[in-house]
Write a protein that binds this ligand. Structure first.
Ligand SMILES: N[C@@H](CCC(=O)N[C@@H](CS)C(=O)NCC(=O)O)C(=O)O
Length: 221
């Protein structure tokens, strides 16, 4: 039996959940805080989600999705079958993780006393302005790159690694730095992704926790 250790409001937990929900893969959800020692040992930085499959432990969401595609395949081909499309999916997955999720997390972390250990030191009275500005600038640059890429390229069809990475990163990044009007393709992609059943399920399950979003969750979505 599969088990996923994570939190319903965590963007990277969504990344794994979308893959599991898309294929109706049976699994047990375990709140990471109730298994803090296990998660702390399982990942080199104590990060979640963590997937277990019997005696196998898989960390890092991209690897979790690759693992699910191999060992628990379903109707949604999480990794596109054609090798060149799969290579593109992996490239775009990296772009969303590093430059959208990464910069969104940088802004959020600016609100924590200990940004490397968010759960430990509590919240600052005011966020570190340099970190907020740098994270937002990084997001604007990533948005512009993605808009140009979407103008010239097609995303893999169906729910794939790209969907899993793009949906949570665009969902939360837009809360931190709104996708500007000159990125209409990216804004449309965010709306399309949020309408997908496995993604809207994550949005609804996370709704009760919105008050905890450090920069303040906007009254939409
Ligand atoms: N590269 C990791 C990133 C995971 C990650 O950043 N998880 C966040 C939750 S969304 C986390 O564990 N934060 C708590 C911490 O850093 O202590 C992955 O793809 O799984």
């Amino acid at each position: 039996m599969l088990a996923l250790y994570g939190h319903p409001f965590s963007s990277y937990t969504w990344k794994a959940l979308i893959a599991l929900y898309a294929n109706d893969t049976p699994f047990e959800f375990r709140e990471f805080s109730e298994h803090a020692e296990f998660v702390g040992q399982a990942h080199p930085a104590g990060k979640f989600p963590v997937l277990t499959d019997g005696g196998v432990t898989v960390i890092e969401t991209t690897a979790i999705i690759e693992y699910l595609a191999v060992h628990h395949p379903g109707l949604a081909p999480l990794i596109p079958v054609e090798a060149s499309v799969a290579a593109t999916a992996r490239m775009i997955d990296r772009v969303f993780d590093h430059y959208v999720m990464g910069n969104m997390q940088r802004v959020v972390a600016a609100y924590f006393v200990d940004k490397d250990n968010p759960g430990a030191g509590g919240m600052r009275d005011s966020p570190d302005p340099h970190e907020v500005a740098a994270g937002k600038a990084g997001l604007r640059r990533a948005y512009a790159w993605l808009e140009r890429w979407l103008e010239a390229n097609l995303l893999p069809p169906n729910v794939s690694l790209v969907t899993c990475a793009a949906a949570p990163s665009l969902f939360y990044a837009d809360w931190v730095e709104r996708i500007p009007d000159d990125c209409p393709r990216l804004a449309a992609l965010r709306a399309e992704l949020l309408a997908l059943p496995p993604v809207s399920r994550c949005v609804e399950e996370a709704r009760p926790y919105r008050a905890y979003f450090p920069p303040g969750a906007p009254d939409r979505d």
